[in-house]
Design a protein around this ligand. Sequence first.
Ligand code: OGA
Ligand code: NI
Length: 345
Amino acid sequence: MATEVLPLHLGVKNLVDSGLDKLPGIYIQSKEERPNAVHREESFPVLDLGAALNSSEARAALVPQIREACVQWGFFQVINHGVPHSLVDEMQSVAREFHALPNEEKMRYFSTDTESRMRYGTSFNVTQDKVFSWRDYLRHSCLPLAEMQELWPEKPASYRKVTADYSTRVRNLAKFLLELISESLDLPKDYIDKAFNGCSQVMALNFYPACPEPDLVLGIGPHSDPGSITLLLQDHVEGLQVMHGNEWYSVKPIPYSFVVNLGDQIQILSNDKYKSAQHRAVVNSSEDRMSIPVAIGPNWQSLVHPASKLVEGSPVFKPMVYKDYMTALQAGGLNRQWLLDTLRI
Ligand code: OGA
Ligand code: NI
């Protein structure tokens, strides 16, 4: 399916670099959607994994903390997570280098096919979006690793190696967290892994250029992540906001931490005990911002349904194959009805 490449499809960075005098109307959000005042919440849960990675007692002590964070927020940050800081630095720099490449180089990977396993794009889905997001991104699968690595960008030269190491380390951390999440639901440690037949993994390099009128646009509009859990690396620039009790809270960046959020499939498996929190990203007028989410999901073919042990009476959600969920989500774009609600019984 070939789509014509229009000037705005070349991305936000290209637009800004080519000398922007007026914000194109397609980026301007309706009054209701525009970013408004936010709370800064100092008690946003931060979990220190240091001891739990090495001792079973410390690990057991973490389970109630995870439960509390999942019930209250559906979001938490982790520190001392074992992913080497040097690797985090390398990942941030190859991602920045990628976005700094000439547009012709990045556009080699441009596609509007949302099923594509590796594509460069802007906004969310330019063939559907009524209002464009102030975001450029590269988005690709990480599994099977050897096969996917061949499709990843050739530039910067170390991209494939750094991203292979990084995605493997972050996947292992995600598996550790999913075991704790299983236990926090009073399920066996390997319950989620078995129910989801292992995992799928997709990552993105999000780039949000500084914007002359940040109060009129959104970097990415309100959404929940569709998979199991997302581990997001943000740089030092604030921008991620989480919905909590009907208000937006800004997640202040902590160097070398990951922001972890629950996705829709955990909400389904937990039979609504845990929620996949809505979140969005705002931009600012002085600095570019970059974020790197690693989204772990069920294996594409898994039929996801509430865990029978957590169902009293009838289940809250209908079962659905994860791949079909993703197809429906991508086709609808971000201006959709919340897809999860369509599965409610
Ligand atoms: C995402 C996302 C938030 C951010 O890519 O799904 O929620 O801070 N990003 O970039
Ligand atoms: Ni998200």
